[in-house]
Design a protein around this ligand. Structure first.
Ligand code: SF4
Length: 69
């Protein structure tokens, strides 16, 4: 079983973050979805919550299909 990929809306809003292995999708209680950049934990040049959409990023890493555990 696989985790569903990003929605078309995520891709439009978030750009590269929608499909980056370093991004964590964070839904909020009142609707908007945020994308947390996990690279920010070890590299201060990456903001924790990047300004979207991210159209260019040296840290972008294509996400592999992730199995559900
Ligand atoms: S590395 Fe770049 S593309 Fe990936 S989550 Fe962080 S800001 Fe987004």
């Amino acid at each position: 079983m696989r985790v569903p990929g990003p929605s078309d809306d995520d891709r439009r809003r978030a750009g590269l973050c929608a499909e980056c292995a370093c991004a964590k999708r964070v839904p909020s209680a009142n609707g908007p979805v945020y994308f947390l950049c996990e690279r920010s934990a070890t590299d201060p040049s990456y903001p924790k919550y990047p300004q979207l959409p991210v159209l260019r990023c040296a840290g972008y890493q294509a996400e592999q299909a992730r199995p559900l555990h």
